[in-house]
Design a protein. Structure first.
Length: 281
């Protein structure tokens, strides 16, 4: 009987010591993470997960592993850790919080469609601070994909006042008009019709002048060549150069139009952030 009691006491002592070791290891991992020793933190967290038989620290460990991975630029591992955190989360509130973290990381990496999948998986988007952040993230995703009408509808879900609603509507109209694939096609066609015109309507005045000067110079050289050596010789000598820079000019026009659209999106997004700042902290 005495031996049984000693055995039980020893077993309880081992269990208590093991639990303390897991907690201490977790604290060491927490310190390593805070001080920027992410690799050390990862090793300690994996040890905690291995010995934490009751999964008391599983959620915290996976969230910390995700942060360590993102801090080191290992996005794939970071998202994998968040998925595991979602699986061990104890309730829908925790799961929704993890989904929002995932979506924000997706947005940072411009993975807007994948972010929308996470955001639309959230069980409830209400008028709480969490709900407003989720709704604004949805708006940002639609902005990023270029679906400005959906962006407008998502922004209105923040319960904007009349003035801000009108501003968002105005921004949406400008974006639909100025940031579209049709604008890119127009720049390309204009450059086909008249070299430099595509760059000109895109606001790239220096590039427009360069295109006109370069192609005009080739045409002048072509004129003098055919006068001196004949039409056939002029075509053979200068037509390839003209074709090369003519086609190159149209491609450059599209590139300039794309850059202009990107600047416009950045400009209007700053205005969106200013409007949203009073609704989403």
């Amino acid at each position: 009987m005495k031996r049984i009691l000693v055995g039980i006491s020893f077993f309880l002592f081992v269990v208590a010591a093991h639990a303390q070791t897991v907690q201490e290891t977790f604290q060491l991992a927490l310190t390593a993470q805070k001080t920027g020793n992410f690799k050390q933190a990862e090793a300690l967290l994996k040890r905690v997960l291995f010995f934490d038989n009751e999964n008391n620290l599983a959620l915290k460990c996976h969230l910390m592993l995700a942060d360590c991975a993102f801090q080191q630029g290992q996005n794939k591992h970071g998202f994998s850790a968040l998925d595991k955190a979602y699986q061990v989360a104890h309730n829908p509130i925790q799961q929704d919080s993890i989904l929002l973290v995932k979506a924000k990381k997706r947005i940072t990496n411009q993975q807007f469609f994948m972010a929308l999948q996470d955001l639309y998986t959230i069980s409830q988007i209400d008028e709480t601070e969490f709900g407003k952040q989720a709704q604004f993230s949805i708006a940002v995703c639609h902005y990023g994909t270029g679906d400005f009408n959906a962006f407008n509808q998502a922004m209105l879900q923040l319960r904007l006042n009349a003035v801000d609603s009108a501003l968002i509507y105005s921004i949406t109209k400008k974006l639909n008009r100025k940031v579209s694939s049709q604008r890119l096609k127009r720049a390309q066609i204009a450059s086909f019709i008249l070299p430099g015109m595509g760059q000109l309507i895109s606001g790239a005045y220096v590039e427009a002048a360069n295109s006109v000067v370069l192609l005009s110079g080739i045409l002048v050289a072509y004129w003098f060549t055919i006068k001196e050596y004949g039409l056939a010789h002029g075509l053979v000598a200068l037509a390839p150069w003209f074709t090369r820079y003519y086609i190159g000019g149209t491609e450059n026009a599209v590139e300039m139009a794309q850059k202009r659209q990107l600047k416009l999106k950045e400009k209007y997004f700053k205005q969106v952030l200013e409007i949203a700042s009073s609704y989403v902290d």
